[in-house]
Design a protein around this ligand. Sequence first.
Ligand code: GAR
Length: 212
Amino acid sequence: MLKAVVCVSGGGTNLQAILDAMDAGRITNARIMAVISNNAGAGALKRAEKKKIPALVLSPKSYPDRESFESAFTAKMCELAPDLIVLAGFLVKIPDGMVKKFDGKIINIHPSLIPAFCGVGYYGLKVHEEALRRGVKVTGATVHFVNEGMDEGPIIAQKAVAVEEGDTPEILQRRVMEQAEWILLPQAIDDIANGRLTVKDGHVCRSGKVQI
Ligand code: GAR
């Protein structure tokens, strides 16, 4: 059974989608061993507690500098030794050392069609504000493996979502979550847990076939 650690920063609707998918049998052969947040006030922590999943807070603010936070975060992850790390709305860049140690074992959900509206400064509602400002007619979400870059790792799956007349960033964010994020992320976890999805030399492989 695949052991996953889910990292969160906010409300945790993606974490909830994973929990619901596990309850409904849409994710099999996997369990969440811990939830980690950089933010003590994250609603996601309450969702974990409700399910009796160990939840811990590791905030950069509690450390004298970035380096000591990153080494504590990496050490904690090594101690937990998950098979998969799921970034479900986690707004902290994963330290390079952790990416190396968990090569091919970290996935992230991003609320746009990468490479649009991604990289440094594009997170949460900001992504949708920028999409509306640019006037795109289609946006969506992407689930991808994490490498040392920011939103640059191999893409696992994407789903397009229409932008509609009168959308606000909040309305668009909700539609992208409902129509894309809450579907793509559980699906990727189920695929990985059941050996249908891996990454090798920077290429996503589905059931042993390299996807280019
Ligand atoms: C989600 O929209 C997720 O895609 C986004 O943060 C939100 C978290 O919501 N992630 C990023 O922007 C990462 N760059 P949630 O806490 O309700 O799941």
